[in-house]
Each structure stands twice: as C-alpha cells, then as structure tokens.
Design a protein around this ligand. Structure first.
Ligand code: SAM
Length: 219
C-alpha cells in the first residue's frame, strides 16, 4: 500500500506510536460525537440525508463515529476512509459488526469512490494532519452529491499558554502545537470555500480551541 499512501510517513511523525494513538482515539471518541456534534448534525447535515442515504467518514480512525451514526440513522450506508494500519484494523472490526465498509485510501490522492455518491459526510480531526489539505477537500467535494453536506471538526489556533493546559513545555509539545494550532476557524472556512464548498455555519468549541464547520456542496 505504501506506494499509494504518500501520507503514511508524515502520519507516523504526527501520530507517534500507531497502536497507542489508535487507542487514544477510541478512548476519546465519545467526547467528539456527543450532544453538541449531534445538535449540529441534526440542524445542518441530517436534512441532506435520506433514511437509506450514504454517509462517508473521511479519516474515520478506529470508527468512533460508526456506532453513534448507526444509532441515529439505522438504515444508511456507511463508508469509512482510512490509511493508518492500526486504525484500519480497528475500524474494520467494528464495521463488520455494524454493517459498514472501510476503504483503505490516502485522502490526499484520488479516492476510489465515485463522483457525487454521498449524501452526507464527516471529517473529524483529520485536516490538520495534512501538510496540504486542499486536494483532500476537493476529493470530499467530488464524492458528495450536489446539495450534500459535510461536517468538518478540527483544531483551531489558540495561544500556547491555553494549548499547554499545564503540560510540560518541550520540543514534542511544540511540534503538536504547530500541527494543531495552525488554522483559525476562518482559515478552515477559506480552505473549504477554495475547494468549492459553501459554508453554512462555523461553530467555535471549547474556548475556540476547535471549530465545527457545516459545509455544503452547492446544489
Ligand atoms: C485524529 S484521528 C481522528 C479519527 C476519527 N475521525 C475520530 O474522530 O475518531 C485522524 C485520522 O485521520 C486519518 N488520516 C490523516 N491523514 C490521512 C490521509 N491522508 N488519508 C487517510 N486517512 C488520514 C488518520 O490516520 C487518523 O486515523
């Protein structure tokens, strides 16, 4: 797979130990896909999603969104896209139980998903992991149907003092700071617009350390 996965070496640097990072994503998923997420989803994303529609989770990690999505939309077709081996293993195990599918692919490359086939999509804590997120945003736009909606959730720029939250200031944390705190929510909106999306709403989260962006592929 590595020839077709140019992002893997970069991710190894960002994630550190693949299995440990996968476990961390499993432990913290409930916090990401809680009541605020579902409130935004119901308002901006669900209206584009028929009962038997298709949802794609771009950068699905270990599948932390899968069970929660099934509970809210029991009949939808669910496809996760992922590249990191430990994440793929965990996501596939869960997908088998929940009747979902997981596609191994690099989001920065042309995806093996047809044009205009998804009604709704999620990209959670994924964009900041790419040195150039525009090709991935363009692929998300291509895969969504006109009128389809994407809920993007990611880190946003915040002061180092706030980011540290009492952790030790060292070279490693500074590297994470550079990766996590690059974009403002307005930068994320600007990137999405450059890829062809219409921005429906931008919602700052947790003292603006994160933002949720409700995006739409114009009809
Ligand atoms: C921080 S994790 C979040 C996982 C999941 N969305 C969640 O919230 O639980 C980001 C995920 O995006 C995946 N990812 C990052 N860059 C990717 C790329 N170029 N292609 C495919 N997956 C990618 C990573 O492997 C990782 O699993």
């Amino acid at each position: 797979m590595s020839d077709h996965a140019p992002s893997l070496p970069h991710l190894r640097g960002h994630h550190g130990h693949f299995e440990a990072f996968c476990a961390l994503m499993q432990q913290t998923a409930a916090g990401r896909f809680g009541p605020v997420w579902w409130g935004v989803w119901q308002q901006y994303i669900a209206p584009s999603l028929p009962d038997d529609g298709h949802v794609v989770d771009f950068g699905c990690g270990p599948g932390g969104f899968f069970a929660s999505l099934r509970a809210h939309h029991p009949r939808v077709r669910l496809t996760g896209v992922e590249i990191q081996p430990a994440m793929l293993l965990a996501a596939r195990e869960l997908a088998q139980k929940l009747g979902a599918e997981v596609v191994e692919a690099d989001l920065t490359q042309p995806l093996p998903l047809p044009d205009a086939t998804a009604d709704a999509a999620a990209a959670v804590m994924v964009l900041h992991e790419m040195p150039d997120p525009l090709p991935a945003l363009r692929e998300m736009h291509r895969v969504l149907k006109p009128g389809g909606a994407l809920l993007l959730y990611d880190w946003t720029r915040q002061p180092l003092r706030t980011y540290l939250e009492g952790r030790v200031l060292d070279a490693e944390i500074l590297q994470h700071f550079r990766e996590h705190c690059l974009y403002t929510s307005d930068d994320l909106a600007f990137l999405a617009q450059n890829a062809g999306f219409e921005v429906q709403e931008v919602i700052g989260r947790k003292d603006n350390g994160y933002a949720m962006l409700a995006l739409r592929r114009p009809a």
